[in-house]
Design a protein around this ligand. Structure first.
Ligand code: ATP
Length: 354
């Protein structure tokens, strides 16, 4: 990354004796869209609120565009924020809501009117200026909240679970709209969510958080395909875990459910005799052998779920059950429950956790 635009360095936050964010470091590039993803209580909102200026860090510093903003008031930081619940002023019209930050900043009426019209066009609600929040749907209210945050031309946009109160269909369409507006404006953005699909689909990079710490920072591809910790592997996507024991670390021999496979160079430092978990995504496992797959296990079909384009199959391997996905192909009938089969995978697609 060139010079980071938003830089969070060594940030910690304690409430009384409880530390809820520890040693948090993150550089965000100009125009980048970064998501904070993690379970409830992991500290996502607290980090966001420290960037916004609603909480003061117990240690560390935050810079925007090279300027130290750690101790500045929220209105001196040039950041815009959208909250989970629609935080529009109910007694103000849509236009007055969008103009709010401009009025506070002392922008002239003519400039403010122009900017409000521009913002309402941007969120595709040009005719809605005179309506009141109660006359809008949830999705429309969140678009107005976005317009209100963007109207004063903030340098950083902070979004705190802005989609979580919306129903599934609106959530997906507004998610795409937020991303396209963000790209159009090129605004540096942090988006907080506990929804992994949301984070994977919208972000340039994801910070997976757990227990007040950043567990892993990476692109959606890296986070999904190359999780570095057990927590990340489990939290993001469906994961099969096969328990095994290393029988010879020098050759990569591992015993899984009384069957032997060899995982040369993949043991991730595990020693002979050590218990390991083999983590595999459903789409990395094939029914039957394949030339490029170097690991084969015998099993029995336990369940078959027809999902349309994909068939998810559950396969019993000894006492373990693994899920795998196969594409529906109208020429080939799906497997049947009880059928004895082999599954195979490439050791390249597997992560050894120990
Ligand atoms: P959620 O998705 O549920 O909002 P989160 O990851 O955003 O979770 P935070 O809201 O950042 O988590 O909270 C992290 C921890 O800090 C929680 O255990 C919370 O109870 C605690 N916490 C947050 N604000 C305060 C406060 N003002 N005083 C005391 N504890 C707080």
């Amino acid at each position: 990354m060139a010079e980071p635009f938003l830089s969070i360095q060594g940030v910690k936050k304690s409430f009384g004796p409880t530390t809820v964010v520890q040693d948090f470091n993150l550089d965000v590039g100009s125009g980048e869209f970064v998501s904070f993803l993690g379970p409830s209580g992991c500290g996502k909102t607290t980090v966001l609120r420290m960037v916004a200026g609603f909480e003061e860090p117990s240690a560390g510093s935050i810079h925007i565009g090279g300027r130290d903003i750690t101790r500045l008031k929220p209105n001196q930081r040039n950041v815009g924020m959208v909250f989970q619940a629609y935080a529009l002023f109910p007694n103000l019209t849509v236009a007055q809501n969008v103009a709010f930050g401009l009025k506070v900043a002392g922008v002239s009426k003519a400039d403010s009117d122009r900017r409000v019209a521009e913002m309402l066009d941007l969120i595709k609600l040009p005719q809605f200026g005179d309506r009141y929040p109660y006359q809008l749907s949830g999705g429309q209210q969140q678009r107005v909240a976005l317009a209100r945050a963007l109207a004063p031309k903030p340098k950083v946009l902070l979004l705190d679970e802005p989609l979580s109160a919306l129903d599934a269909k609106v959530r997906v369409s507004l998610r795409d709209e937020i991303r396209s507006i963000q790209r159009e404006l090129g605004i540096t953005t942090i988006f907080v969510t506990h929804d992994q699909e949301e984070a994977l689909s919208i972000s340039d990079r994801i910070v997976v958080m757990y227990g007040g710490k950043a567990e892993q920072v990476g692109t959606p591809f890296e986070i999904y395909n190359r999780p570095q910790t057990r927590f990340v592997a489990n939290f993001v996507g469906t994961l099969n875990l096969l328990e095994g024991t290393v029988t010879d670390a020098s050759t990569g021999a591992v015993q899984v459910e009384a069957q032997d496979i060899t995982l040369p160079h993949k043991l991730n430092g595990a020693q002979t005799g050590e218990a390991v978990s083999l983590a595999l995504r459903p789409e990395a496992i094939t029914l039957g052998p394949r030339p490029e797959n170097d690991a084969v296990l015998r099993g029995e079909i336990a369940e078959v779920h027809f999902l349309g384009s994909v068939i998810r199959v559950r396969v019993g391997v000894g006492r373990s059950v693994v899920s795998l996905d196969t594409f529906n192909n109208s020429a080939t009938p799906p497997p049947t429950v009880g059928q004895k089969i082999e599954i195979s995978f490439s050791s390249n697609d597997l992560l050894v956790l120990h």
